[in-house]
Design a protein. Structure first.
Length: 327
């Protein structure tokens, strides 16, 4: 019986260690501001804290993908709170080795600042491991909306740069030896990728897939890659994002990438769609607000009337067929 108990504890510790390493990897690769030095890993209480924060991170990312960037959205707040509690599952995975009791009330808040989303979770948790007690009533995580790379020398990338957005839905690749100049034609010191809510510009942006758009930083930066290379931006999209937005005249193969011009219209990039993997990839020449869009392809005949390239949803959001060029 004693050996069986020891095996159970080893299994639980193994599970928690996997979570720990997963969290460390997540934060290191997503520039999160969570201070790991302040966490205690030496006891089960510290590991329970990490277990909670892992659930909070996953729930927040899921909520952002579902609703966009939080901005006083009580439905989104309730959704993330519910997902966090579902993930914790009353700590059933940990209770074989320790005693965990929880309070009957819980509360959460979301704060959206310029570059950071903060999620606070108020929940009383008491941990007892052979008489050693740990008590928690508040947990907080921060996710940096902007990811940056500083691998430049005089504006030229010193290696191939691959940046993922914090939600892992967008990726930009800048080839090695690419010259990047800002809008004033000065060499850049960094490039970055930032997630924004799709209504950031005050418009409905009805042709945008999903709830998020992606801003390349510094905005207006222009790329001059080696002759045989291209700067690319890729997006992973969900099937449920496609169904409500495709018109009767276009299919999944007609999805494209576009950037938001100063006129408020989306302009498409050259792009291709992998419908099996749900990945949309486009070649970009400069940074601005970019997103996967639909109803913005080459002119064709819609119901017998020739289109001038403006989307069918013209009164909600126009797009202009001037591929890759500024207006």
């Amino acid at each position: 019986m004693k050996n069986k108990g020891q095996v159970t504890i080893f299994v639980i510790v193994g599970i928690v260690l996997i979570i720990v390493f997963g969290l460390v990897y997540f934060f290191l690769n997503n520039s999160s501001k969570e201070n790991f030095e302040s966490m205690e890993f030496s006891d089960i209480g510290g590991l329970v804290s990490l277990y909670v924060k892992d659930c909070m991170i996953n729930s927040l990312i899921e909520g952002i993908n579902e609703f966009g960037i939080p901005e006083g959205n009580s439905i989104m707040n309730d959704y993330i709170l519910l997902k966090t509690l579902e993930c914790l599952n009353n700590f059933d995975d940990l209770k074989e080795s320790v005693t965990i009791t929880t309070g009957e009330t819980y509360f959460s808040t979301l704060t959206n600042e310029e570059n950071v989303v903060t999620y606070e979770f108020l929940y009383e948790i008491n941990v007892n491991e052979n008489g050693k007690k740990s008590n928690f009533d508040r947990f907080s995580i921060e996710i940096d909306k902007t990811l940056l790379s500083f691998d430049f020398e005089n504006g030229v990338s010193t290696k191939e740069i691959i940046l993922f957005s914090v939600d892992k839905k967008a990726k930009i690749i800048v080839p090695k030896d690419t010259l990047v100049l800002d809008e004033n034609n000065d060499p850049v010191k960094f490039v970055g990728l930032k997630i924004l809510d799709k209504t950031e510009n005050g418009m409905r942006n009805s042709i945008v897939l999903g709830n998020l758009v992606y801003e390349g930083l510094p905005r207006g930066a222009q790329f001059s890659p080696p002759e045989d290379k291209k700067v690319t931006m890729s997006y992973y999209y969900r099937e449920e994002d496609i169904e409500p937005i495709l018109s009767d005249f276009q299919t999944e193969e007609d999805l494209t990438c576009g950037y938001l011009s100063v006129s408020g219209a989306y302009i498409p990039w050259e792009s291709n769609v992998d419908t099996e993997k749900n990945i949309l990839t486009c070649e970009i020449e400069h940074f601005s607000i970019n997103s996967p869009i639909t109803n913005c392809k080459q002119p064709s005949t819609y119901g017998g009337a020739e289109s001038n390239g403006v989307t069918v949803l013209i009164y909600q959001q126009p797009c202009i067929l001037s591929v890759g060029k500024y207006l």
